[in-house]
Design a protein around this ligand. Structure first.
Ligand code: UDX
Length: 441
């Protein structure tokens, strides 16, 4: 099929590249000229394992194209995917300005019958709104259908998720349109669930809200474990063995960040509010998450009440490992709080430092290595569980003036930290004190 994808952010680019990889002719459209030039050369503007390789392969096989020109991109399109951003408005609702603009562009430039597929995460009812906008602005006399096809990819494993996802959800008013979209996706080999448009829109929000709820739930349990000296990892393991609960998304830590959960949970609260429903549970989930990002500072202050002038190493800045995405990362809240309290912050991340420099406070210093960050620091905070951080040489800690590590992601085994004489505070697990000749200065 001839496909156009509008928007080459995370969702759009991965969608376009993987659709070309299963044999479709795909043109990705973006208004950012510089970005389009980079992508034409086969370089991904975002860090995603395997994405540049797949781009190169499909560009070489003349199945994947990039343009800034809508008329050119839409010329042969039988299907157009809308994959532009729906950022958060100040009140938490989703900003639909970009989606609505694409609907107008489609109305202006399409020259043949087609199906419009919405990948962007949009509030219930938006696909019908898109249909109205296109109908009202249509220049040529063509027929079209609008289909909801929400995205469930995880950053850092998006390519794998495309081919090994749990389901592809297709919401349509027309069974012909949903059959065509199902056929397009068939080579992915992922189970398809067909439903109506509104239910498909809701599945996306409900899924993300549920996963966020699991995370906030286990984080609350971890805070109780801290107080009753239980181990949250064993608690999660024991809970997860119940098939009704399942083992995934029960990892206690510094809460959820990223481009989806924070935005989509708040948007669903708004969606509910618009129909006069008070989604109390989800409000709790959002509040717990806000509190949880600050938990690591509280743990540090319990041990080191005055951090003014202290040098604090912060390891891991992206919102999760294997991505350079800094959106809603705990590192933003944590480094701001350290700086507000007068601490010196020396930060390290394997991939996200360039993005971090644009977002974190200018006072934050950066180290080119884990060891460099730890050296001479008074305490180490771990915010993201990158493999490089989990595989750290523990002697780096032992060689500190005093080995104090506060780990927001439970990267290390308690017994190993004890053996290395490191004072170690983690999430929902007993603390390890330092039985070493060094004393806390
Ligand atoms: C998420 C959804 O998983 C995906 O289906 C949706 O399309 C987009 O949002 P993503 O944001 O890429 O994907 O990351 P994910 O791996 O789900 O993690 C989100 C956040 O939750 C991260 O900050 C992560 O650290 C945190 N998390 C996840 C936990 O704290 N504990 C867990 O057990 C799992």
């Amino acid at each position: 099929m001839n496909i156009a994808v509008v928007g080459t952010g995370y969702v759009g680019l991965v969608t376009g590249v993987t659709l070309s990889d299963i044999g479709h002719n795909v043109t990705c459209i973006d208004i950012d000229k510089e970005k389009v030039e980079i992508m034409k050369k086969g370089t991904s503007p975002l860090y995603e394992p395997g994405l540049s390789e797949l781009m190169n392969k499909n560009i070489k096989q003349s199945r994947l194209f990039f343009t800034t020109n809508h008329a050119e991109g839409f010329a042969n399109a039988e299907v157009i995917y809308i994959a532009v951003g729906t950022p958060e408005n100040e009140d938490g609702s989703a900003n639909l300005a970009y989606v609505e603009q694409v609907a107008k562009d489609i109305a202006q430039y399409v020259v043949q019958d087609l199906i419009v597929v919405t990948k962007s995460t949009v509030p219930v009812g938006t696909n019908h709104k898109i249909k109205t906008i296109i109908t009202e602005n249509l220049v040529n006399n063509i027929k079209f259908e609008v289909v909801s096809n929400p995205e469930f990819l995880k950053e850092g494993s998006a390519i794998k998720d495309s081919f090994e996802g749990d389901r592809i959800v297709i919401g349509a008013d027309s069974s012909e349109a949903s059959a065509i979209i199902e056929k397009i996706n068939q080579p992915f080999g992922v189970p398809v669930f067909r439903t109506d448009v509104r239910s498909a829109e809701m599945i996306k929000y409900a899924s993300n809200a549920f996963l966020a709820t699991k995370i906030s739930f286990i984080n609350e349990i971890s805070n109780i474990c801290d107080r009753v000296e239980a181990n949250v990892e064993d608690v999660a393991k024991g809970m997860g063995m119940d098939k009704r609960i399942g083992p995934d998304f029960l990892k206690a830590g510094l809460g959820y960040g990223g481009s989806c959960f924070p935005k989509d949970t708040k948007a669903l609260i708004q969606i509910a509010g618009n129909v006069h429903y008070d989604f109390q549970l989800l409000k709790g989930v959002v509040n717990v998450n806000r509190k949880q990002q600050r938990m690591i500072i509280e743990k540090l202050l319990e041990r080191m009440p005055d951090i003014k002038g202290k040098r604090i190493a912060v390891l891991g800045l992206s919102f999760k490992p294997n991505t350079d995405d800094m959106r809603e990362a705990a590192s933003i809240v944590v480094t701001n709080s350290l700086i507000d309290r007068g601490a010196e912050v020396i930060a390290y991340d394997p991939i996200a430092m360039n993005n971090a420099k644009k977002i974190l406070a200018p006072e934050v210093e950066y180290s080119t290595s884990v060891k460099g960050a730890i050296n001479e620091s008074d305490a180490v905070l771990i915010l993201t569980e990158w493999d490089e951080i989990k595989d750290i040489d523990l002697n780096f800690f032992s060689e500190m003036k005093y080995p104090l590590v506060v780990d927001g992601r439970n990267c290390f085994d308690l017994e190993t930290m004890r053996e290395h004489h490191i004072e170690y505070h983690s999430v929902g697990r007993p603390s390890i004190s330092c039985q070493f000749e060094k004393t806390y200065a």
